[in-house]
Structures are given as C-alpha cells and as structure tokens.
Design a protein around this ligand. Sequence first.
Ligand code: G1P
Ligand code: ZN
Length: 542
Amino acid sequence: MIETVATTPFEDQKPGTSGLRKKVPHFQKPHYVENFIQSIFDAAKPEPGASLVVGGDGRYFNREVVQTTIRMAAANGYGRVIVGRNGILSTPAASNLIRQRKTSGGIILSASHNPGGPDGDFGIKYNIANGGPAPEKITEAIYENSRRITAFRIARDAAPDISVVGESRLGDTVVEVVDPVADYERLMEQLFDFGKIAALIASGFTLRFDAMHAVTGPYATRILEERLGAPAGTVVNGEPREDFGGGHPDPNAVHAAALINHLMAPNGPDFGAASDGDGDRNLIVGRGIVVSPSDSLAVLAANAHLAPGYAKGIAGIARSMPTSQAADRVAQKRGIGIYETPTGWKFFGNLLDAGKVTICGEESAGTGSDHVREKDGLWAVLLWLNILAERRQSVKEIVEAHWREFGRNYYQRHDYEEIDKTAADGLMESLRDRLASMSGQRFGTLVVSEADDFSYRDPVDGSISTGQGVRIVFSGGSRIVYRLSGTGTQGATLRVYIECFEPDPAKHNVTPDVALAELINTADVIGEITKRTGRSGPDVIT
Ligand code: G1P
Ligand code: ZN
C-alpha cells in the first residue's frame, strides 16, 4: 500500500522569499516534486494522525501536485488531509483553514503573481500551524533535507476524486474535500459590516473587481456579487484558468492597466480592485487615483477601527523594510508600535502571534491582519469598502485627507528583471563594500546620513536575519534601498526602492517621478546600475 521509492537529491531546492519557485518543466523532472514534499514532511515531523491543508491557485500542474501531495501525506502518517474542491484554495483561505481546523500545517501550491501555463512558473510552500509561511529555521531544514534525501514515501493507490465536497479515504487517511470559499466567507463576515457595504452598493456606489483569471474569481463573485449585492459583471476575468488567460496575474500598473484605464475613464466606477494569482495581493484604484500599496497600508491602519473586527483599535503595525514609511507616521501619531521586518510575509507571523501588531503590509501590494497569517487581497478590498461605507467620501478624498494629516511619502519601486546574475551580485557586493565610507558623502543636494545592510532581530524569538537589503538614507529622511528578488525564476531581478517625505500639503499634487527625480538619478549613480547591468532603465515601475 505504501511505497518507499529510492531517489537522489536535487541541489537547487532552496526555498526563496515565498517557498520554492521554478519553471513548470523544472518541477516536472522525475521525483522533483516528491523530493521536495518529502523534505517538507521530514522537517515538519507531524505527530501521527496530524492533519494537513492542501490547495493551490489552480495554475497549470496544480492538479497533479495536489494528487501527489495527498498520496505522500497518507504515506507519511497524516490522519486527515483537508483539500479545497478541485485542489483550489487561495493563499489566505488556506491560511484560514489551517487556523480554523487547527491543522499541523498546510501545503500551498502557487507561484503567486508569476505567469502560469506549461512554460510558466510553479511553486510549493509550506505553512505552519499558525497559518503562516514557515520561518527560516524550517525552510533551512527543508533545504538541508532536500540535499540529503535518499527516498520518499507515497501511497501506491491513486488519490480520491476531489471534485465533490465530502470525505473519503486513502488507506488510513481521511481525505476531506471542502468548499474553498465557505470558511473564508464566514471569516470576512465576522470582520466587516456586510450590511453597511451592501447599503453603500445599493445606494449607487459602483465598483469593478478584476480577478485576472486567477484564484480570487470564485471568492470575489460569491462575496461581492452574491452577498453584497454588486451587479453581475462587477467581477471581471472571474473564471480561473490554468494559464491565467495568458496574462500575468500581478495587480500593478503594468499588468492591471485595463482596470486602471477603466477607472480613469469619465464614466468609470467609484472603486476598482484587483488581486493576484493566489489571492494574497491587492490593487486599489479610485476614480482618478491609483493608491500606492504603501499608502494603502497607512490608510487602512489609520481607519481600520471603522470596521467591526477592528473596532477596539489596532495594537501596532508592521511593514517590510523597503515599504514606505507612511505607516510609521500613523503609528507615531496614534501612539502604537511600528515594526520594520525583512521582505516576505514569514517575518510577520511572530509579531502577529505575540499580539504586537494587528496590521501588516508590504510595498508589493500585500496587506493583511491578524485574521490570518498571510497577506489577503480580498480582505484589503473589503476593509476599503467598509471604510468607504462609513466615511462616505471618495477614495481620492480619503487618500488626500490622509496626506494632509500625516504628510505624503512619495514612493517608487524600480525593477530590473532577468539581469545577469553575476552582474547583479557584483552590484550588491560593490554597494556593501562602500557602505562604511558612505556616510557624509554628497550627491547633488543629497547628503548620506546612514548606510547599512539591513539585518533584523526578531523581537519574539531572537532569531537574526542578515543581508536583507542595502539602505542609503539621506539627511531629511529620503531613502534608496537596493535588494535582489528572492522569487524570480530566471537570472536575477534587482529591486530599487526610492522614497522621500513631503509634509507640506501645497506640494502633495506632483507625480512621484517628479518628486523623486533627483533620488532616481542618484540611485543609478550610487548603484552603478546602467554601468553594471547595461540597462538604461527599469522594466517595471510600481
Ligand atoms: C516579492 C515581494 C515581497 C513579497 C514576495 C511574495 O518578493 O517583493 O514583498 O513578500 O514577493 O509575494 P521578492 O521577489 O522581492 O523577493
Ligand atoms: Zn501572491
């Protein structure tokens, strides 16, 4: 019944910012998936009979890997596997299920916002019992296991049919198929005033949600259209596809341009939003304004108390280091804690578990709260709608009032994609070499006040993460941050994060490229980007 299959290690199964991501054909190599899943189980060390959540964003290869995971879970002592119907679970819904059902963890199959399809990307991520991504201690153990593996265990029988909700068995293991949306919908209903949002929509407030042919289609259709009464057609591209309709399911100005154009049209709706491949990112657009993710985090933190789930106020805010400091100003004014963590959601888990923070966010379109341990796209949309229903102002009015109260952090991220890995490493190394001598140096009108390579000591468990990005801070507080992506699957991606603060409301209406012009030039001078990469400009600006 259980088969032990001899195997040999792959050298490249090191989880990145968010699990293991590779091209589909790479994952399709014989034993590649099995080796990694066995390495996860060996690191997770489940108690006999433990339960496990399994699901993914429905991208190409999801179906096969769900089956393999179920068969391997049965062979590795799990007593119950809880799987979304047809293997579908958005990342936040999986996190919620792990928590609601008190499972030992979960396996989430996704490459997030990366394109899908036979030549696209695939990914596998392990989440622990709190519902959040495994911390580095565990991802390192997984990697170590993957380099020593000699065999994996798998049930000989096929996995049961997972297209119908209900229970069946594979050997001694119960396979429970659940509606992917139901538990998540209940959670949202507890956090937000559905009645007030429905009343807002009934009063003529118009909206559009672009699911980008990815996993949030069914979630958004159920909640926005069926529960909150938005007219049919509010959710566009709501049919999940294995290749996301050939698109790139990343809700930013480039890939969600159609939504943004729709909102900017003279008769466009009041509110637009989009989510990514696995449903954890969000884009918020109002009539005449695209809300930057860092601003969205700050606005949500400042207004969360307007939603029933946060009526008592929030304990604190956490943001990843490269995220703009707009949220810090909210924390300072409200007298609550602010935490700066390395990039990646896994660093928020301890802070949330310890009750130090309630709301977290990243500049990469991720916002979330202590309701789960992942970022959550639809949650951010619903919190915005709840705030709009309470304040009865437009998105633009709310954001501009926020800037007037707290000041405006102008912000941009410049991505240089698929650059030569050696050139990228050389660029970062050269920056690190120059850090010690940087302070006091002048570039145009800018004077460096501090320069370091960010390292983080987790205030809860004391663990230390080094090399998390080079920060150049100028007197007055402007910053340039350089780091290499940990989610790409080809070459290297350099991310440059550029920020300045403007307290004067009279200067809040220029575009970020104007406000940041000198910093943008300086980023190239200090980073030697053009010289080292041969690129004259970034591929994507967000
Ligand atoms: C990117 C984002 C990061 C996010 C991660 C997973 O990681 O920058 O904020 O947590 O995707 O969605 P990166 O490619 O920069 O390592
Ligand atoms: Zn994602």
